[in-house]
Ligand binder design. Structure first.
Ligand SMILES: [Zn+2]
Length: 505
C-alpha cells in the first residue's frame, strides 16, 4: 500500500502586508523540500509531518513524501505559489492509495478565501474515492468545503501548540483503522458566531483550558475524533471564528450532540474570550514595578500586536521606543525583522559603532495606525548565520532559521537581535544561539503572543502584555472587517442565544 504525505501550511493574516511567495515556503532553500530529503528533515520531530511519518512507518506502508511546504504567517498567498503547491499534491494523489495532509486551515490566497478547501475540492474531483486524512492547527477557520472533501480531520488541542505531532497521530491512526475497515468516519461540523481574541485562546487559561479538556475527555471514550478550533480572527473571510468538528464511528446523532454541546459551551463563555488592552505606558510602568520586586529572572515585555507568527511585520517600533524612553536597563529584545539593518551591521563589523533606522519599514495599509523607523546608534555585538536546533516541545528536532542575524548593543545594556527571516521567539535558542542567556536578563522584550510560553514562561518572573502597533492587534477597532459573516461576537455586541444569531445570520 502506498500512502502520500504532504504539508501545505500557512496561517494567512488578510490584514498583513508581508509577501507570501514560494521563497517563504522554502525555508531558505530554492524550493520546498520533498521526497527522501523531506523524510529526513521531519522524521522524529515534534511537527505534523513528524506525527504522520511515525504512524505511517509503524504501519509498514510505502511512503510517498510529496511537498513539505510551510511558511510563517503573513499576507494572502501569491497565486503562482499556491498553484505550485497544489500541483505537487494533486500529482501525488494520482499515485497513491491514501493521503495524509498536514494543512493549517487558515490559508487565504490572492484568489481563494479557503486555500485548504479549494485544494481538497480539487483532490476529490481528481481522485473521487481517495481516503484523505487532514491535521489542522487550532487556529483553523473551518469551512463546509474542507469538511465535505476529506475523509476525516483533526486539530491541535493545545496552544502553545505542543501537540502538532499528536494531532497528526490522531488523524493518522483513525485513517489506518478506516483503511482496515474498522472505522467508518461520520463527520459533522459547525461554527459559533464568535471571533475569540488570540490572546485569550491559550490552553493554560480559561475558557479554552476547560473546553479542550472536555474535547480530550470525549476522545478518551474511544472510537472518535473531536476538535474545537478557536479560529484565526485576523482572516477577514466569511468562516473565520470558532468551530467544532466531531467524527464518530458511523453515529451521526452522537457526532451532532458532541458538536452542539461544545459550541454551546464556547458560546456561553464568549465574554472570557474577549481581550481588553491596557495603555502601553501603564503596562511598562507595571513592568518596572515587577522588575523592582524581583530578585532574579526576567520580566517579559510582550510586544504582542506585532507577532510574526500571526502575520506581524516584526518590525514595529512603538514598544521598543517606549522601553528606551523609559530608560529600562538590561533588556534583551527578540527581535526585529530588518535585513537592511543586518546588512548595515555586517558592513560596520563586530565591535564597531553603527547608526541605523531600525524597523518601521513595511507600510501597513490595513491598519488604522502606522509605525516608523527608530534611529539608533549602538555597537555591533555579534553576527550569526541565525540557525539553531529547536529543543522545546514545539518543533523539537527541526532546525530554526532566522537568516543572517546580528545584535545591536545600545546604552543601558539593551541588546536588540535583528534577523533576516521572520520567526516568533518560542525557543530560548533564539537568544542562546546569539550568545545571550535570556534567564539572566532583567527584561526580555518579545514579539510574541502565546507561543513564547513554551520556552520562556518558566524562567519569567512576570509577564506584561504591551499594546504596541501591528497587524495582529487585539484591538479589533483598529481593523475593518468586510467579509466575515455578521453578526459576530464581539464585533456586534452580545446576544444571549447562539441559535438566534445563527438564524439571523
Ligand atoms: Zn496556531
Amino acid at each position: 500500500m502506498r500512502i502520500a504525505i504532504a504539508m501545505m501550511s500557512h496561517e494567512t493574516n488578510t490584514f498583513s502586508p508581508v509577501l507570501t511567495d514560494l521563497a517563504r515556503f522554502s525555508a531558505g532553500r530554492d524550493k520546498p523540500v520533498s521526497g527522501e530529503a523531506a523524510l529526513k528533515v521531519f522524521r522524529n520531530t515534534a511537527s505534523g509531518l513528524g506525527g504522520f511519518i511515525e504512524v505511517a512507518e509503524a504501519q509498514g506502508v510505502d511512503i510517498q513524501m510529496s511537498i513539505a511546504a510551510g511558511a510563517a504567517p503573513s499576507g494572502p498567498v501569491e497565486d503562482d505559489c499556491y498553484e505550485y503547491m497544489c500541483e505537487a499534491i494533486l500529482k501525488a494523489a494520482t499515485q497513491c492509495d491514501g493521503m495524509l495532509l498536514d494543512l493549517h486551515g487558515a490559508m487565504a490566497t490572492k484568489s481563494f478565501n479557503d486555500g485548504e478547501g479549494e485544494l481538497l475540492r480539487r483532490l476529490r474531483e481528481l481522485v473521487p474515492g481517495l481516503p484523505i486524512a487532514v491535521a489542522l492547527d487550532m487556529h483553523a477557520n473551518i469551512t463546509e468545503q474542507m469538511v465535505r472533501n476529506c475523509t476525516l480531520l483533526t486539530g491541535y488541542q493545545t496552544y502553545p501548540h505542543v501537540d502538532m505531532d499528536g494531532a497528526a497521530r490522531r488523524a493518522g491512526q483513525l485513517f489506518f483503522e478506516h483503511l482496515a475497515g474498522g472505522f467508518e468516519p461520520t463527520m459533522v461540523w459547525g461554527n459559533a458566531p464568535m471571533l475569540p481574541h488570540v490572546m485569550r485562546q491559550g490552553t493554560d487559561d480559561e475558557p479554552n483550558k476547560s473546553l479542550q479538556a472536555r474535547v480530550m475527555a470525549l476522545e478518551a471514550q474511544g472510537d472518535m475524533a473531536v476538535s474545537l478550533f478557536t479560529g484565526f480572527p485576523h482572516a477577514d473571510i466569511p468562516d473565520a471564528g470558532l468551530s467544532v468538528v466531531a467524527i464518530t464511528n458511523g453515529d451521526t446523532a452522537q457526532a451532532e450532540n458532541i458538536r452542539d454541546e461544545l459550541l454551546d459551551s464556547a458560546w456561553a463563555q464568549r465574554e472570557k474570550f474577549v481581550y481588553q488592552p491596557e495603555p502601553l505606558a501603564e503596562s511598562l510602568a507595571r513592568a518596572e514595578v515587577a522588575a523592582d520586586q524581583t530578585e532574579q529572572g526576567p520580566v517579559v515585555i510582550l510586544d504582542h500586536y506585532d507577532n510574526t507568527a500571526s502575520g506581524g511585520t516584526m518590525d514595529t517600533t512603538e514598544v521598543l521606543a517606549a522601553v528606551l524612553e523609559q530608560g529600562l536597563q538590561d533588556v534583551a529584545v527578540f527581535g526585529f525583522y530588518d535585513p537592511e539593518s543586518v546588512q548595515a551591521m555586517v558592513a560596520a563589523g563586530v565591535g564597531n559603532s553603527v547608526t541605523l533606522d531600525l524597523g518601521g519599514k513595511l507600510p501597513m495599509p490595513a491598519l488604522k495606525q502606522s509605525s516608523k523607523p527608530i534611529r539608533l546608534t549602538g555597537q555591533v555585538k555579534l553576527i550569526s548565520d541565525g540557525r539553531f536546533p529547536a529543543t522545546v516541545a514545539m518543533s523539537r528536532g527541526l532546525t530554526m532559521n532566522m537568516g543572517l542575524s546580528a545584535i545591536l548593543s545600545l546604552p543601558n545594556d539593551v541588546d536588540v537581535i535583528v534577523v533576516s527571516r521572520h520567526i516568533e521567539p518560542f525557543d530560548p535558542g533564539c537568544f542562546r544561539s546569539m550568545g545571550i542567556e535570556p534567564s539572566s536578563r532583567r527584561y526580555l522584550m518579545l514579539k510574541s503572543r502565546v507561543h513564547y510560553r513554551v520556552g520562556f514562561r518558566e524562567m519569567a518572573k512576570a509577564v506584561v502584555e504591551c499594546a504596541g502597533c501591528g497587524v495582529c492587534t487585539s484591538d479589533y477597532s483598529q481593523l475593518e472587517f468586510n467579509q466575515v459573516r455578521r453578526p459576530i461576537y464581539p464585533l456586534d455586541g452580545v446576544n444571549a442565544n447562539r441559535g438566534d444569531w445563527m438564524a439571523d445570520s
